[in-house]
Design a protein around this ligand. Sequence first.
Ligand SMILES: Cc1cc2nc3c(=O)[nH]c(=O)nc-3n(C[C@H](O)[C@H](O)[C@H](O)COP(=O)(O)O)c2cc1C
Length: 191
Amino acid sequence: MQSKTPPKRLIVAITGASGVIYGVRFLEVCRELKIETDLVVSKTAESLLDIELAKTRAELEKLAYSSYPPDDFQAPIASGSQARDAMVVIPCSMGTLAKIANGIADNLIVRAADVCLKQRKPLVLVIRETPLNLIHVINMERLIRAGAVIVPASPAFYHKPKQIRDLIDFVVGRVLDVLGVKHSLYSKWKE
Ligand SMILES: Cc1cc2nc3c(=O)[nH]c(=O)nc-3n(C[C@H](O)[C@H](O)[C@H](O)COP(=O)(O)O)c2cc1C
């Protein structure tokens, strides 16, 4: 589902897949582009922030407009009446993907994604897992049928990346492309 008008306010969830740097960079770019973000970080993502980046949830929350703990079902984003323009789960673990695909809304991230799907708002899931098993693929099919967009965290190389930042920016740029947000994070093919 492609949003016609670029979002002004987004839900951003960071879950416990490797590559939490994608989520951090996405929050930085949203801030630069003046897109307001409501942030939820899962418990496992908090460990990965420490393992991969030596960062804390509190540090990350400074990049967001507002933030909520993953067990806060009273947060505004848990309700369809407070729906935001879109939601991005970056990175999205196979565990969270499975819960969203099967409507198991037992934390705020899955509940907010559930709300996005029922309100027909764009939901972008930046997955990071390899190899994939059949259950992963079936769950992705269910989500695509329900209107979600799956963006695998698999950077291209035609833009001639020179550093890790260029690879991260390619994936973040692809998410912004899906949301209809203009950016200059990577040079498009033949540009
Ligand atoms: C170091 C580490 C790396 C992980 N990497 C991945 C990954 O790349 N993809 C994935 O789907 N799960 C990964 N997992 C497993 C998830 O963290 C686990 O399934 C967790 O229950 C996901 O919970 P969450 O979605 O609520 O964050 C990893 C776990 C650890 C500890």
